[in-house]
Design a protein around this ligand. Structure first.
Ligand code: PDD
Length: 287
């Protein structure tokens, strides 16, 4: 069965979805997006995702085309229409500033373009969980509004491709000597039994998985410090983790080709990974 997508008020097969070439999302990357994991067909932490969407829309001065209730209804409908993708899905939604004659300044009275699609939620393989993944590092050359989940992702794409070229999974980023995040995930560091997390600010995307991992860590009495983490601390870490809704929590076991800690997923990672799986079973999938 072909994938069903939502575009500007209608559901249709993916192959039939078309947008005009003057859409500002295409011309300028002028839009924002969300990726929402759905477990047992229910979008996870929808209120938090919608709050982040509103923050992104506010950040680019674009009105929200729908109420929260409308977003929830549409997303639930889309997930049901894509039942062949399974009960766990990854929903992508995008809002752009719409179609207008090319001019950098915002057009007046133009309707936003709204697009949504959903596919299977692909999580890390057992081998990645057991052995961890490779990451490289790079200087964070993105703009200063990384808290906006913008579809202008060229910086992230260039950075992620560096990892792909090196046969690695992620590129971990430093700005002015401090850890920010990775090209498509947040980053945690463990040193001497303490879990360190860079604070949320304009230099990182406020990850929903980041919140979940911090909540679990605090509830289970991990020692946690949310504070700036230096490049030196990252390079000298006992453990490095990356998190996102699709990666969940994953151990980085080599950084720029050198082992992180003893080169295997660490003790705290193994605890957190097990707790995250319990959380999925008991909370995300709970009926
Ligand atoms: N990206 N930082 C960046 C730059 C990201 O692109 C993402 C997620 C995250 C983690 O956010 P969350 O935990 O809410 O997934 C952090 C998504 C998955 C994407 O662009 O496909």
């Amino acid at each position: 069965m072909s994938e069903i997508v939502y575009l500007n008020g209608e559901f249709m097969p993916l192959e039939d979805a078309r947008i005009p070439v003057l859409d500002r999302g295409f011309i300028f990357g002028d839009g924002v997006y969300e990726v929402v994991p759905a477990y047992s067909r229910r979008p996870f932490r929808m209120a938090e995702h919608l709050r982040r969407l509103q923050h992104s829309l506010d950040g680019i001065r674009l009105a929200n085309p729908m109420s929260d209730a409308q977003w929830i209804a549409l997303m639930t409908d889309l997930i049901a229409r894509n039942a062949s993708a399974g009960d766990d899905q990854s929903v992508y939604l995008q809002v752009t500033r719409g179609v207008a004659k090319r001019d950098h300044a915002f057009p007046k009275d133009v309707k936003q373009t709204v697009f949504m699609m959903s596919g299977p939620l692909t999580t890390p393989s057992q081998a990645q969980i057991d052995s961890g993944v490779a990451a490289i590092t790079a200087s964070d050359f993105r703009w200063l509004k990384c808290d906006v989940k913008s579809v202008s992702l060229l910086g992230n794409c260039l950075l992620r491709q560096m990892a792909a070229d090196a046969g690695a999974t992620e590129t971990i980023l430093f700005r002015d000597g401090q850890l920010t995040e990775a090209s498509a995930s947040n980053v945690f560091v463990v040193k001497d039994g303490v879990l360190l997390a860079p604070p949320k600010n304009n230099l990182v995307l406020p990850g929903i998985t980041y919140d979940v991992v911090l909540e679990i860590a605090r509830a289970r009495e991990f020692e946690v410090e949310v504070r700036a983490v230096s490049e030196a601390e990252t390079r000298g870490a006992d453990e490095i983790w990356v998190t996102s809704s699709t990666k969940e929590v994953l151990a980085v076991t080599t950084l720029d080709g050198k082992p992180v800690g003893d080169g295997a997923p660490g003790l705290l990672f193994r605890r957190m990974h097990a707790l995250y799986q319990d959380f999925k079973r008991d909370v995300m999938r709970a009926k």
